[in-house]
Design a protein around this ligand. Structure first.
Ligand code: ATP
Length: 573
């Protein structure tokens, strides 16, 4: 396919406001992109399926052109002629605001180096493949003088371009294609072009993470070929993402909720392929954006070397830890995450450790279609030698299955107490959907508001906690009557250490006791978070806090400073 044809189509797509018509244009483009007799890899259809999204390489491939705007401006200026320099390009850019428009405003061709780089002005039938091949060369150019060499290559390309070709070449090079073609568009276009169902194209895209390959397979092998596509160890897939959500909704929608700690770190995907003898090695670590961050995270590599035997793809988080292994804030991970130089020195300053919560592939089997609980069992299998209890296994994120709100509260409190961000709520039945931010994974919404409540009662604990006060009754002030009115109880989820501290604080204020129940004279104010406030006959205020959770003791507040019933009423409405 000539690059001019691609540019024509891109221009038509850009001018088209309707999504359906855009899909048709992309479909035509894919259908026209070279016949199956083509021999060289990748096939033109693969290149076109990427170019149309503004990509040169597949999404899983971390290769970049590694060329900055100024080098691109220099190449455009050179191809545009002797009277043009980079300043001129930048001036025009300042005027029109978009590099494609600027590139299209010059006439190319006839510049020095023609012999080496071909005639100009779109006259010599530059092909999509030639553009691709040159961009691959450009990406591979490194070392001393590489910037000049890159400019040379680009100059050679621009020098062969017509206005329209130059417009889309410039945008492609600077990752600014922006013609309105998203991933869904290409998916639907592949389905339409080769008469295969969209959802099967989608599945193939999820496992391969490569629009080009999927287009090619759909054309050559149809549905059977698409269905046969699998995950490939060493090739990252997009991470499944989370929405914000509440415990209330999760419990209503699912019979049971899978609760996990939410680690405050950076997402990683670990690939382990014992059969891979390539120079890349058998262990690769990718970031959420599928960048290869293996070299920056030697602790993760060491962990994998010690722990993994068979082929596996694991999804998790890398967390910065202090000398005692306690988690450090997220900003500390960033210091390590993309570090390329002096990694050992950085490691001495801030150590990291991985925690894995999902397993996409184990021992030759893809697990994306398996329910979360099964994937988690496989994860345990991969990380343990079968003898350790899961809670003793380093690097394994625990999963609790429960329908008990109190248990969820206590997992949440424990997570916070251990220095983590809170909890994730997941649908135990859900499959793994790469790149999707669906309802099956929810990060618990942080409390929008907190209330400062007076502690007016408590209960003695049981068993191990018999000497601690727990389940604290919370009240707010009714300003018109001067009374304290109850709004709920914050029950569980506080560690023994914290309970001991709170018992010590409240014990002197015990006014009366009956069995385990204790009446507390108003003296101590708790700050509590909650999911929502409901009208309820259970408490004297007429309201109940849904999922209250202990945030802190407000030492700085007297009971007269606690929140009022009026505020509760206001917040509820
Ligand atoms: P966003 O995903 O919304 O762009 P973000 O990157 O800050 O924002 P959040 O949405 O806040 O992430 O939360 C999801 C992220 O939480 C995951 O991408 C992952 O990095 C992290 N995380 C920590 N623990 C878990 C867990 N147990 N399960 C899933 N994700 C977890």
């Amino acid at each position: 396919m000539e690059f001019a044809t691609f540019a024509d189509r891109a221009a038509a797509i850009e001018a088209e406001p309707a999504d359906l018509e855009i899909i048709e244009h992309v479909r035509d483009l894919l259908e026209d992109a070279g016949g199956s007799e083509e021999s060289s890899e990748p096939r033109t259809i693969e290149i076109v399926a990427r170019f149309v999204q503004g990509r040169v390489f597949p999404a899983w491939d971390s290769t970049t052109l590694d060329i900055g705007p100024s080098a691109c401006y220099a190449a455009i200026a050179r191809a545009a002629g002797q009277n043009v320099d980079s300043d001129d390009v930048e001036d025009r850019l300042a005027d029109v605001g978009e590099i494609g428009e600027v590139a299209a405003s010059y006439e190319f061709g006839g510049q020095q180096g023609l012999d080496a780089f071909g005639a100009g002005n779109g006259s010599d039938d530059l092909t999509v493949r030639e553009v691709y091949d040159d961009l691959v060369d450009l990406a591979a150019t490194e070392g001393e003088g590489s910037e000049d060499r890159k400019i040379d290559i680009l100059f050679g390309l621009f020098n062969q371009c017509s206005s329209d070709e130059a417009r889309y070449l410039a945008r492609l090079v600077l990752s600014e294609m922006r013609i309105g073609v998203g991933e869904g568009t290409v998916r639907d276009a592949i389905a339409a072009a080769f008469d295969v169902p969209e959802e099967r194209v989608e599945r193939a895209l999820q496992v391969s993470n490569d629009y080009g390959e999927v287009a090619q397979v759909a054309r050559e092998k149809g549905l059977e070929g698409l269905d046969a596509m699998d995950l490939e160890v060493g090739r990252p897939v997009q991470a499944m993402l989370a929405q914000a959500g509440t415990v209330t909704d999760a419990l209503e929608e699912w019979e049971e909720v899978a609760v996990e700690w939410k680690y405050d770190g950076a997402r990683i995907q670990l690939h382990h392929d014992p059969a891979d003898n390539s120079s890349g090695g058998e262990i690769r670590v990718f970031s959420r954006n599928m960048e290869d961050v293996t070299d920056a995270l030697p602790e993760v590599v060491e962990y994998a070397e010690e722990t993994l035997e068979g082929p596996a793809i694991l999804d998790g988080e890398v967390v910065a830890v202090d000398d005692a292994g306690e988690p450090l804030p997220f900003q500390e991970v960033l210091k390590r995450f993309r570090r390329k130089h002096d990694v050992e020195k950085a490691r001495e300053d801030v150590a990291v450790r991985p925690v894995f919560f999902d397993c996409l592939h184990a021992d030759g089997e893809d697990l994306l279609e398996e329910p979360l609980t099964t994937r988690h069992e496989r994860l345990e299998g991969v990380l343990t030698d079968g003898e350790d209890r899961p809670e003793d296994v380093d690097g394994l994120s625990l999963l609790w299955l429960t329908d008990d709100p109190d248990e969820i509260e206590s997992i949440d409190a424990e997570a916070l107490e251990s220095g983590h961000e809170g909890i994730m709520l997941k649908n135990p039945e859900s499959t793994y959907s790469p790149g999707r931010r669906g309802k099956n994974w929810r990060k618990r919404k942080p409390d929008v508001e907190t209330l400062d409540c007076v502690v007016t009662g408590a209960e003695w604990g049981e068993g191990r906690r018999a000497t601690f006060l727990g389940t604290f009754e919370l009240s707010v002030r009714n300003e018109s009557t001067g009374e304290l009115e109850t709004v709920g109880k914050v029950a569980t989820g506080i560690t023994d250490e914290k309970l001991a501290e709170l018992t010590e604080l409240l014990e002197p204020h015990i006014a009366a006791e009956e069995g385990q129940e204790v009446e507390i004279e108003p003296a101590v104010v708790f700050e509590v978070g909650y999911e929502e406030i409901q009208s309820s006959p259970t408490y004297s205020s007429g309201y109940a806090l849904r999922f209250p959770r202990f945030v802190a003791v407000r030492d700085d507040k007297e009971t007269v400073d606690a929140d009022t019933l009026e505020r509760v009423e206001r917040l509820q409405s």
